[in-house]
Design a protein around this ligand. Structure first.
Ligand SMILES: Cc1ncc(COP(=O)(O)O)c(C=O)c1O
Length: 398
């Protein structure tokens, strides 16, 4: 070692990078899902029922419009709130679907980098350290993570065994410090769809208590025939404007990687979310915004009907072998792993992996360890083969 290198070493502080990680980052636990990914990575061609994205391609019209946007040099920053053509398409869609005029005197509209991006902006705009945020349990994994990042106190609403987040279950959890109630219907991981009547009660409760309802409706298009009301996905937006409505485009149009969503809600809050977006994400991806402006006019009912048939295959496969709450939407099912099987959901998932099938143990989405999440967004033959393995495991856990 020459003398100048030695000098450098003496001047440097040995950094313990792990000790430098922030407490809120450290508090985010990814172990449940990571374990499945690690085990699954060892399989060459698994039947993957763990994936949370559709298996159909982006419709050609959207692909072409997006490629055309790149060719037309729509590659720079857009306005922070979104490209004008997507904003006006989303606005027309919301007017038709839930009767909201956006933008208007009281409501704002923002295009965001995915539903997760919109959720982060909403929490960042509203949560002071220690403010309480009520989340369903089981939950989509991003909710607690974003809650921790923004310093929220997480309050879980136990929605077992039927996975319905009702006003009756939520009301006792509301305190002076409650800022946000997160509602997710159709829900991940259960697939349960709340009714307009249930959502109306939640909306009224939030208005009465001064709580902002954040409605994650990323699976709105995947609301199956028996759960639709007047042909539409039930939404609290039909009953209140004191809420943030978030709808993603990634699942509906098979473009999860494009990171696209839109959010609407009280103008003052949306302005703050826009300000935060300006200094963080800056804008959602420009070419995807332009390409997706045409999306609302496309008919995706063929895919939705196909997924409803897959859902029926799942319900049928578990009939008589375990309890499954009927999933009226999304593309997940959350069957119970009965204690009489003598296996934890994690052990059940490991047995399934031994037979080439990937699922996710329910404790990745919950404080409870009693269920298993299955995604049925896979081709029919794969789903059939995977369901045969799972059904067999319920009958002969080995
Ligand atoms: C309920 C729910 N919300 C949000 C997201 C994230 O959506 P995005 O990819 O638009 O961030 C997902 C993805 O699985 C989800 O299941």
């Amino acid at each position: 070692m020459n003398s100048s290198a030695a000098m450098e070493t003496e001047d440097k502080v040995m950094m313990d990078h792990d000790a430098m990680i922030s407490a809120h980052c450290r508090a985010i636990d990814v172990s449940g899902i990571r374990r499945v990914f690690e085990l699954g990575a060892k399989l060459s061609d698994p039947i993957n029922l763990s994936i949370g994205q559709p298996d159909f391609p982006v419709p050609d019209e959207i692909k072409e419009a997006t490629i055309e946007a790149i060719r037309a040099d729509r590659n720079g920053y857009t306005l922070t709130q979104g490209a004008p053509e997507l904003l006006s398409a989303a606005s027309a869609h919301l007017a038709e679907d839930v009767g909201w005029e956006t933008p208007s005197d009281d409501l704002g509209l923002l295009v965001a980098s995915g539903t997760s991006g919109a959720l982060l902006l909403a929490f960042s705009a509203l949560v002071n350290p220690g403010d309480e945020v009520i989340l369903p349990d089981p939950f989509f994994v991003v909710y607690p993570a974003i809650g921790r990042i923004t310093g929220a106190k997480l309050v879980y609403c136990d929605i077992y065994p039927d996975f319905r987040m009702t006003a009756e279950r939520v009301e006792p959890l509301i305190t002076e410090r409650t800022k946000i109630l997160v509602v997710n219907s159709p829900g991940n991981p259960s697939g349960v769809v709340l009714t307009n009547a249930e959502l109306r009660e939640l909306a009224e409760l939030c208005e009465r208590k001064g709580v902002i309802l954040v409605s994650d409706e990323i699976y709105d298009a995947f609301t199956y025939s028996e759960s639709r009301e007047n042909g539409k996905c039930p939404s609290p937006a039909r009953f209140t404007r004191q809420m943030i409505l978030i709808r993603g485009m990634g699942k509906t149009y098979g473009c999860t990687g494009w990171r696209m969503a839109y959010a609407a809600g009280p103008k003052v809050i949306m302005q703050q979310m826009q300000k935060l977006q300006q200094y963080t994400f800056v804008c959602a991806p420009s070419m995807a915004q332009v390409g997706l402006a045409a999306a609302f006019g496309l008919d995706v009912s063929g895919h939705v009907d196909a997924y409803q048939r897959k859902r029926d295959m799942v319900v049928e496969a578990f009939e008589g072998v375990t309890d499954l709450v009927f999933p009226g939407g999304a593309f997940y099912a959350f069957p119970e792993i009965p204690s009489s099987l003598g296996l934890t959901p994690g052990q059940f998932a490991e047995r399934a992996i031994e037979r080439n099938v990937l699922t996710i143990p329910g404790n990745a989405f919950s404080a409870k360890d009693t269920h298993l999440r299955i995604s049925y967004a896979v081709p029919d033959e794969k789903l059939r083969a995977g369901l045969d393995v799972l059904r067999d495991l319920f009958i002969n856990p080995g």
